[in-house]
Structures are given as C-alpha cells and as structure tokens.
Design a protein. Structure first.
Length: 348
C-alpha cells in the first residue's frame, strides 16, 4: 500500500515510512542492509506545513541585519561556486522517541508520536555559514543568526525561523545544497538548507530565503513557544528490525543497529537480549563519526520460542549513557531511555 499526503513530494511507501499527519517517519528495518548513509528515498520528513516548490532561477538568499557590514543577496550558482565542505551529519527531530514516554513510562507527551525513525544521516555538501558571514563582513557586535524558511507560514506564527547563537553559526554550520551527492530534494530543503551538526532538527532550517544577523538576542516562536532551551541531542540507539519482528529459532542471528549522540562520538554499545537481565558489548562496524552514528552488530542464538525484548544502551565520549527512564519533559523532547524492542522467536 502506498500512503501519500499532498504535503510531501516524494513517495512514502508503507514499507519505508510511517506517516504522522504532515510528517513521515522512517521505519528502522529500512536501514537493514544499507550503508552508512540514509538513502533519500527513506530519509524522514518533518514539515510544519508543506514542501514548497521553489524556482531556483529567481531564488535568492538574502544575508543582512545590524550585525553585518555589507548586506547582500546570493544566487544559487553563486553559492555553488563558493568554497564548499562535505559533512556526514545526522539530522534528528527533537521529538524523536516521544512515543516511548507513553508506551514505556506511562506518561504520554503531546505531539507527533515518533518512534525512533525521526533521524537520518546524510552526506551534506555546501558552503560553510562562516564563509558566507565573512563575505558580508561580520561586525564585532553580532549576537544571533536568524535563518528563515520560504515554506508557508505556520498557523499565526509566521515563517519557520529559529535563531542560532553566533558562536555555533561560525563553528560547523553548513548552508547545504547537496544531499548524498544529489541536489537537495524538495522535501529536504531545495534549493538550500542549514545543517546544524549535533543540534535539534529544527535548527536545520529548510528552504532558506533569508539570514538575518542581529546585534541583540532574538526571539521567535521557535525558541520560545516551541523548542525552548533545547540545543544538542542526547544518546539513542535503534535495532534495524521491524517492531514485533519474527525471528526463527534456528540461529545464530546477527542483530544490527545504530547508536548516536549530538554531543560526540559513541564509545560503547551494550545489548541485552533478555529484557535487561544481562548485557553484552556489541561490535562496531563501518565508520565511527561524531555527530552522525555508529553502526554495530551482535550475534544471538535464541534458546526458546516466544516473545523477547531486545535492548541497546550506548554511551558517548562525554560519558552520557542511556538511562532506564527519561525524566518527564513537557514537550516530549530529549527521550534517551533504553527502548524495549519487542520481537517474537518462532519455530523454524
Ligand atoms: N523551513 C522549515 N525548516 C524546517 C522545518 C520546517 O517545517 N520548515 N522543520 C524542521 C524540523 S522540526 C526538523 S526535525 C527538520 C527535518 O528535516 P527533514 O525533513 O529534512 O528530515 O527540518 C527542520 N527545518
Ligand atoms: Mo523537528
């Protein structure tokens, strides 16, 4: 069955996505057998309204504000001709995992009930934001950088926009025009989006049209009403298996998964195949990058049929590890507790 909403352009086949209203979550089994990057055809989409179709021949990126010396506009080809960088970076929605506040902690949080599929890792190419800001001449009094999207205004709040402190803007932020070697697809921000490594997805504004550099602290609904006080993403892990997967008793099986953190490299992943009684260290494979994710695997020979609970617990280089329970969060962000993944071992 193909589920299609009018607001997302790419196909959302049921075996790759779960659709939540305007948003589409990746099913984790869709990463099974995939390489390091999330292919575009299964990368989650989080839209406040709908994907705009932007004419790149008339599109301009305006960079201006009290914090710059020489305000100016950049065309698409001008941007593409500037010095570029390529980053392998995750984008993850702040609400990723929100569903588990309800299903695991009996304390449901309002909002889109994401499982763990509100994340993807892509290879992004573009112009470092600091290169653009140097081009317009940053003034010493610059405080915040406010990127605004060209998608339709969200309710009465206006265009999607969220200020970024100048320190982060000048550090590792990318004005990206390529995803996995292709021009950005419409749903992921064509012609140009921000990519803000390690931070909540809302920082990575899509369909950029305007960047204001201010000399005072800025406030928009996206750092006051929504997403206040959230910056980096906590540690999480997922198995590349369907929810309620059926595995044959005849093993051993190689169970695969990935772990990630917005704060740094993952240094350890432990897996429990008995609902948390005993833990074994998983083996890493593939790349091992900060601000992306770490693929891992573990071998398992189940001893009996019936329901089982799989759990994975990662630790990052800051020492942050996944707790058994995440403290209540009013908006349902920052879920980092170990997720209990149910499966069924069947005869065969
Ligand atoms: N202009 C604009 N930028 C946006 C959004 C949006 O709705 N409009 N959604 C944000 C949120 S909440 C997230 S999690 C990411 C999702 O990026 P993706 O759809 O490419 O996965 O984009 C962010 N950038
Ligand atoms: Mo998000």
């Amino acid at each position: 069955m193909n589920q299609v909403t009018a607001t997302i352009v790419k196909p959302l086949p049921d075996h790759l996505f779960r659709v939540h209203g305007l948003n589409a979550e990746m099913r984790w089994e869709a990463m099974s057998g995939e390489g390091y990057h999330t292919p575009i055809d299964r990368f989650f989409v989080r839209n406040h309204t709908s994907t705009p179709i932007i004419d790149v021949t008339t599109w301009r990126l305006r960079v201006h504000g009290a914090g710059v010396r020489r305000p100016r506009e950049f065309g698409y080809e001008q941007l593409r001709a500037m010095p570029s960088r390529t980053f392998d970076v995750a984008i993850e929605c702040a609400g990723n995992g929100r569903r588990f506040y309800g299903t695991q902690q009996n304390d449901a949080a309002p909002g889109t009930q994401w499982g763990l599929g509100g994340i993807g890792v892509a290879r992004w190419r573009g112009v470092p934001l600091k290169v653009l800001l140097k081009e317009v001449g940053l003034l010493p009094g610059a405080v915040d950088v406010l990127p605004t999207g060209l998608d339709a205004p969200f309710e009465d709040y206006g265009h999607v926009r969220r200020p970024l402190p100048i320190g982060k803007a000048m550090d590792d932020v990318l004005v990206a025009y390529e995803m996995n070697g292709e021009p950005l697809p419409p749903d992921h921000g064509f012609p140009v989006r921000l990519v803000v490594p390690g931070w909540v997805g809302i920082a990575s504004i899509k369909w950029l049209g305007d960047i204001e550099v201010s000399s005072t602290t800025l406030f928009t609904p996206w750092n006051t009403v929504f997403y206040p006080d959230v910056t980096t993403q906590p540690v999480k892990s997922a198995f590349e298996l369907p929810w309620n997967a059926r595995l044959p008793l005849m093993g051993p099986h190689i169970l695969r998964g990935r772990s990630w953190s917005g704060q740094g490299r993952i240094v350890r992943v432990e897996v429990s195949l008995d609902g948390g009684l005993t833990w074994r260290q998983a083996e890493h494979h593939g790349q091992h990058l900060a601000r992306a994710w770490l693929p891992w695997h573990i071998s398992w020979a189940p001893r009996h049929t019936g329901p089982h609970v799989l759990m994975a617990r990662a630790t990052d280089e800051t020492g942050a590890t996944q707790p058994p329970v995440t403290p209540r969060h009013p908006y349902g962000y920052a879920f980092d507790a170990v997720v209990r993944h149910p499966i069924e071992v069947v005869n065969g």
